[in-house]
Design a protein around this ligand. Structure first.
Ligand code: DHE
Length: 515
């Protein structure tokens, strides 16, 4: 039976609201029927946040359907026998309106939400399983909000456990591969001990969160928020709060944070900002940042930003909210909002040094790099057009635009394979995976793992021997391919699997994946 809140039950006992003749009052309806799960002020509870910024991925017509019929494989019941169509419509419209008062999530809220599992704090530093701990792959399954922990040699599940709702973005590992941190779209950050297979701590760092990054010295987790406009630094030991950094540009405007990344060779976090033309660098090794200057640290007389985790604000002439890095983390390779070109920003110089020829809507966050004919190239899928742009990273000229069977989301490879795998995620050919030979830049195979079903996102084991493809369906699967022969080896049934994350590839900064 589907669960129903006490308040909702009282609503039913008090008589159906069908009888009400007055126009439906969505706020009252929310209090009666929804608040028990979705929280006061629509800020989420056991159910997700219901604020416009959090609903951008749900069409309004679908919101009506979800309220009426519920959502399979979740706790969301259908309300069509309790509410009239008018009431459901009023609720569906109302959740897309901005609340009268901008919701807050401040230091005290963050600290109050923190849950520490004391029994998991001091467990032995030894894996409880036989598999190679550096070849573990996590598979995030959206269909029932869970994670499968996979033995990367045998390609067999070690365990599977439930997560909070709507995990998004890459889980981030400590360098030794023991701890992993992830976030949900509703702001919950989890620390998991991968060797003991236990949740260590959880904290809600925001209302609408994008992703997390972990410092290479394993001291800090940095959280990127859309709502509120903050970056939140947490202590990796128990997720206690280190610092809330309000995101305010030099122009005085606040901004959503699109994503935050660890730039290991620089010992800093780099934050991509959505609403101001700046990129932020936040050193975590204690070196100071001085206000207002590009080559900040040379000016002894300048005023130091307060630490820990001071912010270096790099002003740009264009917005830069979707990007990735060269392998040295000296350059940012980003999309550009005001022209069809992308841009290359030199992090030390703090300015753009080149334009990139990137038509359509390149998805640079999913780009990769490799060596082609003795020179480094970058390649990025495209969310709007069926092409993959390959660009020479010395001259910044386009080497080739590889035509694919439709727009794609992810491009992935590994040092030990000559192939890069691209999905064709959003077009009519969403069921194919295209395999590109990195030596010739030609498509050498088009695989159709399951006709009519969406296939996406490839990750490799640590040796580049297997390529893992997600069959992104409620009753989907993880399909294991031999990365050399491109033949299917096996498939493991899974619930809408999406991202996969191999400990070795992620912690060793493999050039074929994101970090
Ligand atoms: Fe993602 C990573 C942004 C929609 C699955 N996605 C990321 C990252 C960003 C991002 C910034 C990098 C985070 C990191 O490294 O920690 N994603 C966005 C969007 O802006 C977008 C287009 C709209 C949105 O809803 O936010 C978006 N993403 C999706 C999806 O619809 C996907 C397919 C399913 C889902 O989870 O909602 C999706 N995103 C992923 C995955 C990764 C990811 C699997 C990690 C890839 C990796 O290999 O590291």
């Amino acid at each position: 039976m589907k669960p129903i809140t006490l308040l909702a039950l009282l609503g039913i006992l008090a008589g159906s609201s069908h009888s009400a003749l007055a126009a439906p009052n969505p706020e009252k309806l929310y209090e009666t029927w929804c608040q028990g799960c979705h929280g006061a002020g629509r800020l989420g509870g056991t159910g997700p946040v219901l604020l416009p910024e959090s609903l951008s991925r749900l069409k309004r017509a679908d919101a009506f359907k979800v309220i009426a019929d519920g959502l399979p494989a979740t706790q969301m019941p259908g309300f069509k026998s309790a509410l009239s169509e008018g009431e459901i419509q009023a609720l569906a419209d109302w959740i897309y309106t901005e609340p009268a008062v901008k919701p807050k999530w401040e230091a005290a809220d963050i600290e109050a939400s923190r849950i520490v599992h004391k029994e998991a704090l001091d467990l032995p530093a030894k894996p409880v399983f036989q598999a190679d701990p550096m070849n573990i792959t996590l598979v995030v399954e959206h269909g029932d909000n869970s994670i499968t922990v996979l033995d990367g040699d045998k390609m067999e599940p070690i365990t599977r456990f439930a997560t909070r709702y709507a995990l998004h973005g890459g889980p981030k590992f400590t360098q030794d591969g023991r701890f992993v941190f992830w976030s949900t779209r509703d702001g919950w950050v989890t620390k998991f001990d991968l060797w003991n297979l236990k949740v260590v701590a959880e904290v809600r760092a925001g209302i609408n969160t994008r992703n997390v990054a972990v410092s290479s010295d394993a001291r800090y987790v940095m959280v990127a928020n859309y709502l509120p406009h903050t970056l939140v630094a947490l202590d990796t030991r128990d997720l206690s709060l280190v610092k809330v950094i309000p995101v305010v540009g030099k122009n005085g405007k606040t901004s959503r944070v699109s994503a935050v990344y660890d730039a290991r060779p620089r010992a800093s976090f780099i934050a991509a900002l959505r609403d101001i033309p700046e990129v932020w660098e936040i050193p975590y090794d204690g070196r100071p940042v001085y206000k207002g200057m590009v080559h900040d640290y040379k000016l002894k007389e300048a005023i130091a930003e307060p630490g820990p985790l001071p912010v270096r604000q790099i002003e740009l002439t264009d917005y830069l909210d979707d990007f990735y890095f060269d392998q040295d983390y000296k350059l940012i390779l980003g999309a550009s909002r005001s022209s069809p070109k992308g841009q290359v920003v030199h992090l030390d110089a703090g300015r753009k040094i080149a334009d990139l020829d990137l038509p359509g809507m390149p998805h640079l966050g999913s780009g990769i790099t490799w060596q082609y004919q003795g020179r480094p190239v970058m390649a990025s899928p495209n969310l709007k057009e069926g092409l993959i742009s390959v660009i020479d990273m010395k001259t910044w000229q386009t080497v080739k635009q590889i035509k694919t069977e439709g727009p794609g989301f992810f491009l992935r490879s590994h040092e030990n394979t000559p192939y890069a795998w691209a999905d064709v995620f959003s077009g009519p050919n969403k069921d194919v995976m295209q395999v590109i030979d990195k030596r010739t830049l030609e498509i050498v195979a088009t695989l159709k793992p399951e006709p009519g079903k969406t296939s996406t996102h490839v990750e490799f084991d640590r040796y580049g021997k297997y390529a893992l493809v997600s069959l992104w369906e409620q009753d989907g699967a993880l399909i294991v391919y031999d990365a050399a022969t491109l033949k299917e080896i096996k498939r493991l049934p899974m619930k809408r699997p999406v991202g996969k994350y191999n400990v070795w590839n992620k912690t060793r900064l493999s050039e074929g994946t994101s970090h």
